[in-house]
Design a protein around this ligand. Sequence first.
Ligand SMILES: CC(=O)N[C@H](C=O)[C@@H](O)[C@H](O)[C@H](O)COP(=O)(O)O
Ligand SMILES: C=C(OP(=O)(O)O)C(=O)O
Length: 340
Amino acid sequence: MWSTSQRTFIIAEIGQNHQGDLDIAKQLIKTAKDCGADCAKFQKTSLRDKFTESALNKPYVSANAFGTTYGEHKSALEFTEEEFKLLQEYANTMGILFTASAMDPISLDFLIRIKVPFVKIGSGDANNFLLLEKAAKTNIPLIISTGMQTMEKVRDIYQTVSKYHKNFALLHCVSSYPTPFEDINLNVINLYKKEFPDITIGYSGHELGIHISTAAVALGCKIIERHITLDKKQKGTDHKCSLDPKEFKKLVEDIRTLEKAMGEPVKILRESEKPCYEKLGKSLVYARPLHKGHTLELSDFHVKVSVPKGIDGSDMMKVVGKKLVGNVRENEPVLAGDFI
Ligand SMILES: CC(=O)N[C@H](C=O)[C@@H](O)[C@H](O)[C@H](O)COP(=O)(O)O
Ligand SMILES: C=C(OP(=O)(O)O)C(=O)O
């Protein structure tokens, strides 16, 4: 899916930007597909398995609240299993992969049952070693985000999941919405690549704009996840740092262009450079008239744009010490047949 290909795997994180409305959720799946995303992702929660009673009963006083307590709020944003299956079917007809983050063990079981292609473990569960171990044991591919964790914790995650298989990816992530640029620490991606060379590394971004996520691909990320929204002004914690359809499409286009531009670490004269080389590439030319039999030395050459072209300007040391087989004039290009 992601690790077998050089192509970046792009996840449109719908999360809870559907406002608890099945039609909006479908629109978001279609938008994700239209924007070129590879996967539409939701969040699956079994409220009593993710939260304690007191966490659910806590008042949620916020402009982003969909209820008076956190439990009411979360419940308004949670789809039933049947609704999830409908969304999965819809994604299938749209031709886009469908999955969700498993926010608790019951949700993990459900996602395995409906045969999602991989399970996401969000940053909120990156320190939940009970869930990580349970997920790893199932052998399903995993994408694990590492927001709010230290490097020691990330090493523990790697060790824990590695005991079962290596079909998992670690995403660098900073869980602030939106993430201040100075907190993003994109160089953590280099650290992950160095410490975990045998798994896929990606980035789950919550910053404003698309440029940082594109840069993450240049640093070697093979998975990019960004929240998607139909309208950034909607009520909800994630809308502001989500990408609207125009931005998401541009992100995908920029990543695809960047993939072409990254190429291989091979430095050669490219076919496309040849016209410029023909027009402005410099050649060795004679600095003054010289006679047959003269032994060439460095002071006999200038390096100029010459028509016709001669031996490449950088090759002068290959010619020094050779004997001219005929007379040459000032500013004539140095040609292979001029000397022995
Ligand atoms: C850490 C984590 O789970 N983060 C998720 C993924 O990025 C978010 O989508 C949260 O679910 C969201 O920000 C919660 O908002 P509220 O508390 O208003 O429901
Ligand atoms: C919390 C999630 O993601 P992240 O940690 O990557 O923001 C999630 O996928 O549910």
